[in-house]
Design a protein around this ligand. Structure first.
Ligand SMILES: NC(=O)c1ccc[n+]([C@@H]2O[C@H](COP(=O)([O-])OP(=O)(O)OC[C@H]3O[C@@H](n4cnc5c(N)ncnc54)[C@H](O)[C@@H]3O)[C@@H](O)[C@H]2O)c1
Ligand SMILES: O=C(O)[C@H](O)[C@H](O)COP(=O)(O)O
Length: 378
């Protein structure tokens, strides 16, 4: 008998991949109910399907693949008890989040070179964000107590010191509520008090890592000068007053590059194939990603290095577009995610005409450099 798989209908590139081997039912992630999964062997999910006892008790599900990095929607303790195996997609959209942070930084209007970037949570995403900061000429401080415990403290900074020194603080931890270093409300009322005056706070980890009331108070008092939020407590019912207070607010799309989505889908398909012993899918990937609308960037002659780098980064990802859409329709949080545009990462773009220093930065970030005056695509 064919395998039965229930999959979230908003996972791009998935349709067709497993159909030769399985009967696949596509459903809206947030609406997947016990009756839908009762006779399924496997689920392929996103963050919108809460995978715990309420959904899975009495089902025949043996495997869950989530096409996402985060897995706080999965009750791993229950799955262990129930004998259900699971996989996430580590690193799949890390470069996408770094692209998001790149646009958040260059759109701040601040001269970044020489400023300090504090990265909290230095895993797949945080490491890429740290590398981006260094490519932009920033001094980078890294805070990651679990890593510091495992690897030794060299290269890591204690949180109070990071907060005292960073001009930009960016959060990239998972959401955890127990263990030695829980992150739930890591940014509480005391956190802004430790931040350097004039500093900005970015959160693209999980909304619940930041206490909404504390952040609102800190923004109102000016203790934190500006915030960029991609993730929120209680999504999609976000706090409208907080949205009004932040410099940039987006509907949890930092990881939504087309490349990141394709990676997540590929890792989920490969995980299902490995678990059930399906042949021929160990290297499966979506065939070809759509090209960016305008893959070539002609940098403005005479512009400064800072302006040219900002032009290139914002060309690949215009963060203001997502901010504008959310502000004009905060209730459209989920539809804006569900119908997200094609957004390619830096390596899908070719640049021409930059200053040598600009070219060096963009090359480090993965852009292709075109010689001056070369033919299209040449
Ligand atoms: N906004 C988005 O679209 C988006 C996209 C991808 C990931 N995420 C979120 O970002 C998180 C991080 O992703 P990742 O791929 O880097 O995960 P990861 O597991 O590779 O890295 C997380 C790091 O955080 C560290 N950490 C844990 N607790 C900490 C604490 N209390 N203080 C400081 N550091 C701590 C861990 O040691 C680890 O190194 C995910 O769990 C997910 O919730 C959001
Ligand atoms: O954890 C992740 O990978 C990201 O937060 C991801 O962008 C979540 O996307 P979703 O499953 O909510 O579409």
């Amino acid at each position: 008998m064919k395998l039965r798989i229930v999959a979230d209908d908003k996972i791009p590139f998935l349709r067709g991949a497993l159909e030769p081997f399985a009967e696949v039912t596509y459903l809206p992630g947030g609406a997947i109910a016990p009756a839908d999964v009762k006779n399924a062997d496997a689920l392929i999910t996103r963050t919108r399907t809460r995978c715990g006892e309420a959904l899975l008790a009495g089902s025949r599900v043996r495997f869950i693949a989530t096409a996402t990095i985060g897995y706080d929607h999965i009750d791993t303790a229950y799955l262990r008890r129930a004998g259900i195996a699971w996989r996430n997609a580590p690193g799949c959209n890390a470069a996408s989040v770094a692209q998001y942070i790149g646009s958040a930084l260059v759109s701040s209007g601040v001269e970044l070179c020489g400023k300090t970037l504090g990265v909290i949570g230095v895993g797949n995403v945080g490491s890429k964000v740290a590398a981006l900061g260094e490519a932009l000429g920033m001094r980078v401080l890294r805070n990651d107590p679990p890593r510091a415990e495992r690897e030794g403290s060299t290269g890591f900074t204690e949180l109070p010191e990071l907060l005292a020194e960073a001009d930009f603080v960016t959060i990239h931890t998972p959401l955890t509520r127990d263990g030695a270093h829980p992150t739930f409300h890591l940014c509480d009322a005391g956190f802004p008090e430790l931040m350097r005056s004039g500093a900005q706070l970015f959160n693209s980890g999980r909304g619940e890592v930041v206490d909404t009331a504390a952040l609102k108070a800190a923004l109102k008092s000016g203790r934190i000068s500006a915030a960029v939020l991609d993730v929120w407590e209680n999504e999609p019912g976000i706090d409208r007053e907080l949205l009004d207070l932040v410099r940039i607010g987006t509907p949890h799309i930092a990881g939504y590059s087309t490349d990141g989505k394709a990676n997540g889908t590929a890792m989920a398909v490969q995980a299902v194939a490995a678990f059930f012993g399906i042949p021929g899918l160990a290297e499966w990937r979506p065939e070809r990603l759509p090209e960016p609308e305008t893959p070539e960037i002609e940098l403005e002659m005479g512009a400064s290095v800072r302006e040219q780098v900002a032009q290139a980064l914002l060309h690949t990802y215009d963060i203001g577009l997502d901010d504008g859409k959310l502000r004009s329709d905060p209730a459209g949080f989920e539809p804006q995610r569900g119908h997200y545009r094609i957004r390619r990462e830096y390596p899908a773009f070719r640049v021409r005409g930059g200053r040598p220093e600009t070219a060096a930065v963009l090359k480090t970030l993965g852009f292709t450099l075109l010689p001056q005056g070369s033919a299209c695509g040449g």
